[in-house]
Ligand binder design. Structure first.
Ligand code: ADP
Length: 352
């Protein structure tokens, strides 16, 4: 029962907000909704037009759960992927920083697809784009729209784009976008998911044609499921492959150095890199975590009590810890799957 705020000469917009959110929710929820709406009000004290017909609790959800004001990832945190970084800088970061230059012929595409195996840094790239372009980051997993927000997905999508519009420049990152824009149709496709998809495409169309400073990034491990309409809207499609040997070395060094645990020689690091062919960035992180447990386990085996254990009781992480960890942490992507990505990249990817 959402009633748009009415300018009221006597009272503030806050009081109109207050009157609209009372009733259905518990007190703390109501406070949170009120705070959110107040923050979105313009200098005139009114809610922007785009938000007036949206449900306050969905606006609250977008603002508090989906929006991330400080994504806290920078290019330097991401190993390798030089090609993707270069493309993305030119294609989306510069235009977000200098919209005045990127007009006309230079006007950027508003849709970017990042595809490739899981755990290779697609989400990190999305966050880094927002960080580098000083944009607000919105993260949503498309599968949650169909599983968690049953029947409300469309409304949430409207709220998402509505809030993003008020928080420009904005980057909307849609994880598992294939589950929203897949080409499977008819019997498998319910009426509700068809409507959700239509709503999503309408919203995309809306900011594509305007002067909005919004970038949509879709990420997927299953690009082959995307239909033609999705491909058309996600004009730039970048393959995010498994990390190279150098990138894997960088991840090992970077993670261990943070904790002051990196003591491997160059040769030892390159042995680990040879043994981790086919590991994703996220597999590497799990491997390092497991290897870093080696010195701890060994100290405990010597009989040191966990409660008594001091830093000095533990030796640095060594090659043998990685060799043991390699037995536990296996690569999560098969060679077969890699072939599918490479094929799709040849057919639809942005190669330059
Ligand atoms: P994706 O979105 O591709 O599934 P993420 O970006 O969520 O993968 O990465 C998962 C985790 O794996 C990250 O938090 C990071 O710790 C690690 N990781 C993956 N790729 C990289 C990379 N290229 N550089 C550094 N860390 C990475």
């Amino acid at each position: 029962n959402f009633v748009p705020p009415i300018r009221n000469n006597g009272g503030s917009a806050c009081s109109t907000i207050t009157s609209r959110v009372t009733g259905k929710n518990d007190d703390s929820m109501e406070d949170s909704i009120k705070k959110c709406l107040e923050m979105l009000c313009g200098p005139d004290g009114e809610l922007p037009e785009k938000l007036r017909n949206l449900e306050p609790r969905l606006i609250e959800h977008v603002s508090n759960e989906i929006m991330d004001k400080d994504p806290n990832v920078r290019w330097v945190d991401i190993a390798g992927l030089e090609h993707a970084k270069k493309c993305v800088t030119e294609m989306v970061i510069w235009p977000l920083l200098r919209p005045d230059i990127f007009r006309g012929c230079r006007s950027p595409g508003r849709g970017l697809l990042l595809f490739g195996p899981p755990g290779t840094g697609k989400t990190m790239i999305g966050k880094a784009i927002a960080g580098e372009a000083k944009a607000t980051f919105f993260y949503i997993s498309a599968s949650s729209l169909t599983s968690k927000w049953i029947g409300e997905g469309e409304k949430l999508v409207r709220a998402l784009f509505g809030v993003a519009c008020c928080r420009q420049p904005a980057v909307i990152f849609v994880d598992e976008i294939d589950s929203l824009l897949s080409q499977r149709k008819s019997d498998g496709e319910h009426e509700s998911s068809r409507r959700l998809k239509t709503q999503f495409l309408i919203e995309m169309e809306g900011f594509d044609s305007g002067n909005e400073q919004i970038l949509l990034i879709g990420a997927t491990n299953r690009p082959q499921e995307l239909d033609e309409a999705a491909r058309r809207r996600l004009t730039k499609r970048l393959y995010i492959p498994l990390p190279s040997s150098e990138a894997r070395a960088w991840i090992i060094r970077n993670l261990l150095e943070k904790d002051g645990l990196f003591k491997l020689s160059e040769e030892e690091t390159s042995v680990v890199c040879k043994l981790t062919e086919g590991y994703s960035g996220s597999d590497m992180k799990n491997l390092v975590k497991d290897a870093s447990m080696g010195p701890l386990r060994e100290a405990l085996q010597r009989g040191v009590e966990i409660t008594e254990l001091s830093k000095e009781d533990m030796r640095p992480v060594m090659l043998k810890d990685f060799e043991a960890a390699l037995q536990e942490v296996r690569p999560s992507v098969s060679a077969n799957e890699l072939g599918t990505y490479e094929e799709w990249n040849r057919q639809f990817g942005s190669l330059s």
